[in-house]
Design a protein around this ligand. Sequence first.
Ligand code: HEC
Length: 115
Amino acid sequence: MTAVVVVFRGTLRMMRMAFLMVGSVGLMMAAGQAMGQGAVTPAADALPPGPGMTTVQERCSGCHSALTVLGQRRTPDDWAATVQLMVDRGADLSADEQSVVIGYLSKNFGVAPAK
Ligand code: HEC
C-alpha cells in the first residue's frame, strides 16, 4: 500500500515537472516569435521601389524569397554573375530583364563608391 502511495506521489511530481517544462518551452517559443518578427520575415515590400523591382519580386522568388537579396552588397559585375548563376539554375529572365534586374540590384544593393 505504502509503495503505491510513493509511486503515486512520484508520478505527480513528474507530471508537475513536465507541466512546468512544457510551460517554459511555450513561453520561450512565444518570446522567440515576438523577437523574430521583422528580423526573420521582412515585409514583402522591403525591396526598394524602382525599375526592376517587380521583376525581382516575380522572377527571383521561385526558389527562395526575393528578399534573399536584402543585405547583400555587390558590384555590378558580381550582380551580373549572381543573376547569371540564377538563370543557369532556372530563373526565367529574358536578356532584357536580366539587364534591368542587374541594374536594379547594382543601384539598390551595390557597393558604396570608395571615397
Ligand atoms: C531556379 C531557382 C532560383 C531562382 C529562380 C533564383 N535563385 Fe537565387 N538561389 C538559388 C539557390 C538554389 C540558391 C542557394 C544556393 C547558393 O547559396 O548558392 C540561391 C541563392 C541566391 C543568393 C544568395 C547566394 C549567393 O549567391 O550569394 C542570391 C543573392 C540570389 N540567389 C539572388 C537571386 C536573384 C537576384 C534572382 C532573380 C534574378 C534569383 N536568385 C532567382 C536558386 C534560384
